[in-house]
Write a protein that binds this ligand. Structure first.
Ligand SMILES: Cc1ncc(COP(=O)(O)O)c(C=O)c1O
Length: 492
């Protein structure tokens, strides 16, 4: 049983014991979480290091242990069994990025006087991304600009903090609210919690697109920003960005397009004549965007770009300390010191892949997606949610979709379980464009559906638990368990 399976097993048991007095509950949690600790920590029996060793261990020994781990872990994603996660994965590309990392491993853009090269790389990463998003086409005093952040979540959180501070200063809003479709990434909720911005959720329609009417109705004097995704993480659907951003424009508030997932796919898909609605700075209401270089930009994990329509907005993101005894201090993002090596390898990825490389990759991914969508369409028990391009979610009206996911897990696949509604998805990457992978996916899916149809009462796995996790009304108890799971990850 996988860690995830065991974890959801704990949820199920917990749900049965609610309500319960809290000290009793604590004991129950400990007992149940103890059960999953073993699978969350598969290397528990290996030597561990709770304290710094008295004398250093040889480089060879350290590398040997790490090579073992790496070899155990890489097979699954390399062979294309994993949804998302590793977006390029080609060995030559990895080797090249590793060389670039090694060259720049000591750099820190906080000290731009010592490493001006990293400032150059970051300025150019932002410019390349802005141009891809038609940043040159803005008019008047606008000038698309941005920064390199550590990932999609940081880009989103930076943008939301920026709107909070902008609205406080420019509009005197002290109780800010953000309008966010329920399908937008959890990072927006994280921003709401961290920065005290009230989350106003809007629903999606039968095509999984944000309901424009609900957005219109939700705007009030405290609204600082409206959010849309291009596309969403769960269903790979592009929200009606044009209509939503027009509402923002009319109300003189911000509009953020979250293109973390699609930023380095949609511009090329549009050029390849796929049906891509406008989602970028060509729309006058779009005031900021996030686009992840560490996804389909094929950079190593740890970089993303947040863009703003003008320099004024970006200033609300920047931090400066003018009276600190440590000197004059300023930093563009949440971190202080940052890994310049990751920005360097991001720059190297964009340059080495080039527009032609991105076009070719996008074409391959979209062709694999067409094969997979066609294949799913031929399985009568399944239905694709909405009309996605390459992040494909599907459900079943007659079978338990989580049982189908379990059957796929038994065949090596690592797919994403979704809820509200119950569904699963696969985010296609270059790994799935390898010969035979799309065909293997459809073959395995057909077999999985047949297995569950023949035996709908298949026990175990995640199926009952996933269903339950969506239904339990005690969300606080689930949140508590998730936190305790994180505690486990930090146990040695
Ligand atoms: C649409 C969307 N936004 C934001 C994020 C968050 O990105 P990260 O995991 O890099 O923080 C993701 C991640 O999958 C995403 O799909």
């Amino acid at each position: 049983m996988s860690v995830k399976n065991k974890f959801f097993g704990v949820l199920e048991k917990t749900a049965k014991k609610i309500p319960m007095v809290s000290h009793k509950m604590d004991k129950e949690y400990d007992k149940m979480l103890g059960e999953i600790e073993k699978s969350a920590k598969p290397y528990k029996n290996m030597e561990s290091y709770p304290s710094i060793p008295e004398t250093g261990i040889s480089h060879e020994d350290i590398l040997s242990v790490m090579t073992d781990f790496q070899q155990k872990e890489e097979g699954k994603w390399k062979d294309g069994f994993v949804s998302g996660a590793v977006y390029n994965g080609d060995q030559k590309h990895i080797d090249f990025l590793n060389k670039v990392y090694a060259l720049n491993s000591q750099s820190n853009p906080l000290h731009s006087d010592i490493w001006p090269s990293i400032s150059k790389y970051e300025a150019e990463i932002v410019s390349m991304t802005a141009n891809m998003m038609h940043g040159k086409e803005v008019s008047g005093t606008d000038e698309v600009c941005g920064v390199v952040s550590s990932g999609g979540t940081e880009s989103i959180m930076l943008a939301m903090k920026t709107y909070r501070d902008w609205a406080r200063k420019k509009k005197g809003i002290k109780k800010p609210e953000m309008i966010v479709p329920v399908t937008a990434h959890a990072a927006f909720d994280k921003a709401s919690q961290y920065f005290g911005i009230k989350m106003v959720h809007v629903d999606v329609d039968s095509e999984y697109k944000a309901k424009v009417d609900e957005v219109k109705k939700a705007v009030n004097k405290n609204t600082i920003v409206i959010v849309g995704s291009a596309p969403t993480f769960p269903h790979g659907i592009i929200d009606p960005i044009q209509e939503m951003s027009e509402i923002a424009l009319k109300n003189e508030i911000g509009f953020h397009t979250d293109a973390c997932l699609g930023g380095f796919v949609l511009p090329w898909a549009e050029k390849l004549a796929y049906n891509v609605p406008l989602f970028d700075f060509r729309l006058p209401g779009v005031t900021s965007m996030s686009a992840d270089t560490h996804k389909y930009g094929y950079a190593a994990k740890g970089t993303s770009v947040v863009l703003y329509r003008n320099l004024e907005l970006r200033h609300y993101q920047f931090y400066t300390a003018t009276d600190w005894p440590g000197g004059l201090y300023f930093s563009p993002t949440f971190a202080g010191s940052r890994p310049g090596s990751l920005s360097a390898s991001c720059w190297a990825s964009l340059l080495s892949v080039g527009e032609k490389g991105y076009m070719d990759s996008t074409k391959k991914i979209l062709q694999a997606a067409d094969k997979i969508k066609k294949g799913i369409g031929e399985i009568p028990e399944l239905n694709i949610l909405g009309n996605p391009l390459w992040v494909i979610s599907f459900a079943s009206k007659e079978l338990d979709i989580y049982q189908i996911m379990d059957a796929m897990t038994r065949k090596q696949w690592s797919l994403n379980g979704l809820h509200k509604p119950s569904a699963i998805h696969i985010a296609l990457t270059l790994r799935h464009t390898q010969e035979g992978v799309a065909e293997r996916f459809i073959e395995d899916l057909k077999q999985s559906v047949a297995e569950i149809k023949a035996n709908p009462k298949t026990e175990g796995g995640m199926a009952p638990i996933y269903g339950l996790a969506a239904k339990i009304p005690f969300r606080g108890a689930i949140s508590d368990l998730l936190k305790r799971y994180l505690d486990i990850l930090y146990k040695i």
